[in-house]
Design a binder for this molecule. Structure first.
Ligand code: NAP
Length: 314
């Protein structure tokens, strides 16, 4: 698989990241059996064999079990530690955590960031996280307080590089202005069903600051494969059909599957979008890696954009 650099860090990553959100198969840690752990490790082995070297986590995935499974996989494959770049996120706290009655909330406080990193390091069985992202903007975020936590984690060698996720450009700038080192990533939702980042300044800012955009749910959580069923009577059903037709046309031209074309469409953007592949099916994981071989031409890219917008250009 082709590689690229992570922001301005000099760290080499695979053009596609592998997203670990689904590897435990459950969002409840009590439901994750030993068989599920073995299956999760097998999924990671498939991704490594297929050439992915960049792995995306969050403390909350699988109610913490996705990081734990990754730690077990690393223990079984010690050579992976030097071979793989491991990212994780913090900042989301689900309802009733840590005690019943507490609400769903975001937390970018100094204490929460530091404690989250310590817990992730323990689960991942790693000394240092390669990339730490703040998961979703905390309405009460104080850039100075976040910068204090980041600076301390960096100086202690516990985190190598930092980034954000789901950040609007103005909040990213506010945080950057409090930091002495560059943010390397903004991980955002981008796929043909969600085009906001193309026009809301997010990708412009990545281009300007040489920040790597990571695209989460790059095949819309599977919708690019399946489309809408007609019986859902979705308002935009006609638009969805023409989008799938446009993707199929390009898929035929490049002799590749429809979901792989959707990844290639993201890869074509000059900001160096890194799609975060979330499939747990070995065939789909391997097929996705072929997207980096496609050099999509401008007319093909615009045909998909037009169909995704559901209207022509001005
Ligand atoms: N920062 C954030 O806020 C945020 C939010 C969500 C996700 N993420 C990250 O993004 C990653 C990817 O998210 P995602 O899993 O929603 O992404 P995705 O790759 O768009 O969707 C994967 C889903 O699509 C299904 N699918 C069906 N047909 C497929 C095909 N032909 N090829 C590929 N997938 C197919 C997969 O099923 P099969 O397994 O059967 O293939 C799987 O359920 C996550 O693992 C996580 O790391 C980040």
């Amino acid at each position: 698989m082709q590689t690229q650099l992570l922001g301005t860090s000099g760290i080499e990553i695979s053009r596609l990241a592998y997203g670990c959100m689904r590897i435990s198969g459950s969002w409840d840690r009590h439901e994750v059996s030993r068989d599920a752990v073995r299956r999760g490790i097998g999924i990671l082995e498939t991704a490594v064999e297929a050439g992915y070297t960049f792995f995306d986590h969050a403390d909350i995935y699988g109610d913490t079990t996705c990081e734990t499974i990754f730690g077990e996989a690393l223990a079984q494959h010690p050579s992976w530690r030097d071979q793989l770049i491991v990212a994780t996120k913090c900042g989301i706290i689900f309802p009733d955590q840590p005690t019943p009655g507490l609400p769903h909330r975001y937390d970018f406080s100094y204490r929460h960031i530091i404690d989250s990193v310590e817990s992730s390091l323990e689960r991942l069985l790693m000394e240092r996280i390669d990339l730490l992202m703040l998961h979703r903007p905390d309405y009460l975020a104080d850039p100075g307080e976040v910068a204090r936590a980041f600076t301390e984690l960096r100086a202690a060698g516990k985190v190598r590089e930092f980034g954000v996720s789901n950040f609007r450009p103005s909040l990213l700038s506010a945080l950057q202005s409090a930091l002495d080192f560059p943010l390397q990533v903004n991980q955002v939702e981008i796929h043909p069903y969600h085009l906001d980042c193309l026009t809301d300044g997010t990708l412009d800012q990545c281009l300007e600051r040489k920040i790597t955009p990571m695209a989460w749910s790059p095949v819309a959580g599977g919708k690019v494969a399946s489309g809408y069923a007609p019986e859902t009577k979705a308002d935009d059903y006609e638009k969805q059909v023409s989008l799938l037709e446009a993707l199929d046309l390009a898929a035929k031209a490049y002799e590749i599957g429809r979901t792989v074309i959707a990844l290639a469409w993201l890869l074509r953007h000059p900001s160096g979008i890194v799609p975060v592949v979330g499939s747990t099916n070995p065939d789909n994981i391997r097929a996705a890696s072929k997207a980096t071989d496609v050099e999509m031409d401008r007319p093909a890219w615009y045909r998909i954009l037009r169909a995704a917008r559901g209207e022509g250009l001005a």
